[in-house]
Write a protein that binds this ligand. Structure first.
Ligand SMILES: [Zn+2]
Length: 202
């Protein structure tokens, strides 16, 4: 059986370790890069190194920020509502909220969710940092915006219990049916949530 030259196999192996990329896609990308101009590989390599070298986590909310700044643009902004805190799983969730333009408060990024199966406990997330923040800042509402998954729900429940000591309004995102969706295609838990989160028509 013919084997790939080592440098080629190395890239295939490295790409295969990324989420959503199987061995087939990894091979296809590798051979694409082999044929493409060298500058493509160079800029890809630079970008890959750059994300580690030129970014860090915001010291306040733990969102991704430029290495030069200790706190991110959102935390640094005086235009944001300083009393509402939205707790999310990942930096990408911050981006999703920001894209909607419908939220003007601050964020706290947990960097994951509680998962006993994967051995992820409270100490593995930015939960202590969340307490410290709530102790030292006057928030009036905390929105627990973890994903509507089993782990996301469990994390929200855990936080809800632990945050009782603070005089806060604690909310969870209302979840329901996707706009334009069809009731008959909604899965059971989505439909149950939609029912539980029903609102008065006024
Ligand atoms: Zn921040």
């Amino acid at each position: 059986m013919q084997t790939l030259p080592e440098p080629v196999q190395n890239l295939v192996d490295a790409l295969s370790r990324l989420p959503g990329i199987g061995p087939k896609t990894a091979s296809r990308l590798t051979f694409y890069l082999l044929r493409a101009p060298e500058e493509l590989s160079q800029s890809l390599a630079d970008a890959l190194i750059g994300i580690k070298k030129n970014t860090s986590l915001c010291e306040v909310c733990f969102n991704i920020t430029h290495k030069q700044s200790k706190i991110c643009e959102i935390c640094a902004s005086s235009q944001r509502d300083q009393h509402t805190l939205c707790v999310v799983e990942e930096p990408l969730d911050v981006l999703a909220f920001e894209k909607t333009g419908g939220f003007n408060g601050l964020y706290h990024v947990l960097h994951g969710v509680l998962s006993p199966i994967e051995g992820i406990g409270p100490e593995d997330l930015k939960i202590k940092e969340l307490y410290d923040r709530l102790k030292t800042h006057q928030f009036t509402e905390v929105i627990l915006a973890t994903n509507p998954s089993m782990e996301g729900d469990a994390t929200a429940m855990y936080l809800h219990e632990r945050l009782q000591e603070f005089n806060l309004r604690i909310t969870r995102l209302a979840l329901g049916l996707p706009v334009g969706g069809d009731l008959e295609y909604a899965d059971q838990s989505t439909l149950l949530r939609a029912l539980a989160g029903r609102q008065n028509l006024d």
